[in-house]
Design a protein. Sequence first.
Length: 184
Amino acid sequence: MLFDLIRKRRSVFPAQYIDTPIAKSDIEKILEAANWAPNHKKTEPWRFKVFQGESKKKLGLFLSLKYMETEAKPKEFKVKKLIENPKKAGAIIAICMQRDPNESLPEWEEIAATAMAVQNMWLCCTEMGIGCYWSSPGLIQYMDEFFEMNTGERCLGFFYMGYYEGELPEVVRGPIADKVVWAD
């Protein structure tokens, strides 16, 4: 049931991933789910760049070097994490948003549409038993130095994916009644 799937969705981090590759056909299915996100004026602003194999290592190296270059006092544990996390993932998908060249709608609507595409990916991963999370480090502002982006395209983060073992913890949310005002 869809509601159960929504409630089961969790952030699963690279430290929890096991060394099991994700089939290209499964990644394509996850990306196809993204493609069905709602979007205003049919701009379909989501763009994705998939990293597997050696390209994950190159991404980790780029991020760690860029962090050391731009951070006044780089922390060793963070440098190591930036190098190691991509290696642990079965795949990493750069989440990008392509701005409508005509700017026919506010940018936030295209960012929201891209976020809905990522939610579709997340739900698809949950159903397939693949752990994932959306990482949005400040370093995403430099991604045009690592991969080609079109004019008006912007990187919004990375979608880390990997198989995991064991049960994920239950999550508690406050009651929806505390977040809703009914207007009669």
